[in-house]
Design a protein around this ligand. Structure first.
Ligand SMILES: CCCCCCCCCCCCCCCC(=O)SCCNC(=O)CCNC(=O)[C@H](O)C(C)(C)COP(=O)(O)OP(=O)(O)OC[C@H]1O[C@@H](n2cnc3c(N)ncnc32)[C@H](O)[C@@H]1OP(=O)(O)O
Length: 166
């Protein structure tokens, strides 16, 4: 059984002011998007960029859909995880309620893409966010919007976290 109080304590430390340009901490070690210890994960590394977040990211063969092309779900995973880094700046935990992705051009395995995300609005518990994924030549490959809903710590602590309970 994972030590949830200890895990929650590490999360609390991540919800603090991060200087512009600073690399942001992974959500946790086994996070599919950014955890360094998840063998299936993307190991996304994000930094604060002004009021938003940014990352450089290359997908590898584990994320292939059609030959040579990144699986659309993998693109959505990385964008969703990038939004998770915005929460450090917002200062409150939240979870994805709705995620949309416009796939404008194929993302290619091995190319390094530039990602940016920012908060576009807030209304009660709803956070409206948007992101872009841009190719090395500057072409827009994907755009996204999402609605996150703020939650309390009990959202994470009141139930088992299966991946951590093993
Ligand atoms: C200190 C320690 C903290 C730890 C911090 C950890 C950090 C965290 C990072 C984890 C790493 C991130 C990685 C990526 C982010 C995931 O991957 S998050 C995982 C995927 N998402 C989920 O599992 C969420 C599953 N859904 C839920 O649990 C529940 O539906 C929710 C989201 C908590 C909402 O349920 P609820 O509390 O019952 O709220 P509900 O009344 O349904 O809706 C709330 C509000 O949103 C509105 N709303 C609902 N749906 C929509 C929609 N589609 N469009 C617009 N508005 C909507 C409602 O109208 C309502 O508005 P108000 O009436 O309040 O004005």
């Amino acid at each position: 059984m994972a030590d949830m109080p200890a895990l929650l304590a590490t999360w609390e430390q991540k919800f603090r002011p991060h200087p512009d340009g600073a690399e942001l901490p992974a959500h946790h070690d086994h996070c599919l998007g950014c955890g360094p210890d998840n063998p299936h994960g993307h190991r996304l590394q994000a930094r604060r960029q002004g009021d938003g977040v940014a990352a450089s990211h290359a997908f590898d063969e584990r994320h292939v859909g059609a030959p040579g092309i990144v699986h659309g779900g993998a693109v959505a995973t990385v964008i969703d995880d990038l939004y998770g880094f915005l929460l450090y700046l917002v200062g409150t935990p939240a979870v994805t309620r709705q995620l949309t992705v416009d796939y404008l051009a194929p993302a290619l395995i091995g190319a390094t893409y530039h990602l940016e995300a920012s908060v576009t609005g807030r209304e009660g518990r709803k956070l409206f966010v948007a992101a872009t994924l841009t190719a090395p030549d500057g072409r827009s490959v994907a755009t996204s919007t999402a609605v996150f809903v703020t939650v309390g710590v009990d959202h994470f602590g009141r139930r088992g976290v299966p991946s951590l309970d093993a």
